[in-house]
Design a protein around this ligand. Structure first.
Ligand code: SF4
Length: 217
């Protein structure tokens, strides 16, 4: 009896490892060829077995950033349809404060983050004007606590986040757990100061979602 149970246990473990290896292969295919295969299935394993998948990637000599990148892309694909259906007034955009110029003259509000005075030293001025024209509320924040506070206060139904790969993957996962439809745009250049985001991609995302012309709010 114990022998049968022992064998069964080994088969289950072997099956589980096999599934994880398949997930890693599918994730690598998604990453390399920009093709998404079984998005919900892969994302489920990425979300729930992150550490094991990271170890498998390490054994294969691959960077764990693949996991975050694929996680973000899959979540974007899965969420996009729902995101489009939500009106802009229920959507927020959150960018990290590291995109600011080091000479940024704006002050920090403890509730909503940086109060941009549109000096034009960074791209936030431009994206703020466009996003607000489309009815989005847009924030520049120093960290996750601010995002939580904004979400608690405004109760948005959807959010576009811009951040470094790892933070973005984690934030999208967290936000999704609270029923908020999350779309992510990784920073084009990561770091601590004067990081870069692809403003054209963000504008494209807004226009593709809301249409060429802003709807009256
Ligand atoms: S545009 Fe706004 S956020 Fe950017 S540097 Fe000027 S005040 Fe700061």
């Amino acid at each position: 009896m114990y022998e049968i149970l022992g064998k069964l246990f080994l088969y289950i473990i072997a099956g589980f490892i096999l599934i994880l290896i398949c997930v890693v292969i599918l994730a690598i295919v998604s990453y390399k060829y920009n093709k998404t295969i079984f998005p919900k299935f892969i994302l489920f394993f990425i979300d729930n077995f992150t550490n094991i998948i990271k170890k498998i990637l390490k054994v294969l000599g691959l960077n764990e950033r693949i996991l975050y990148q694929v996680g973000i892309e899959l979540r974007n694909k899965i969420n996009m349809e729902s995101f489009r259906k939500i009106p802009p007034k229920d959507k927020i955009i959150v960018l990290p404060q590291c995109i600011r110029s080091i000479r940024c003259p704006a002050r920090l509000d403890p509730k909503i983050g940086i109060i941009c005075i549109k000096c034009g030293l960074c791209k936030f001025k431009e994206i703020k004007e466009i996003a607000e024209k489309y009815g989005y509320r847009i924030f520049l924040v120093p960290g996750g606590r601010f995002v939580e506070r904004i979400i608690l206060n405004l109760k948005p139904k959807a959010a576009i986040g811009v951040a470094c790969l790892k933070d973005l993957y984690r934030a999208m996962k967290e936000v999704n757990k609270h029923g908020i439809v999350a779309i992510g745009l990784p920073l084009a250049k990561e770091g601590c100061v004067e990081t870069l985001f692809d403003i054209n991609e963000l504008i494209r995302l807004i226009i593709n979602t809301e249409g060429e012309h802003p709807r009256p709010c």
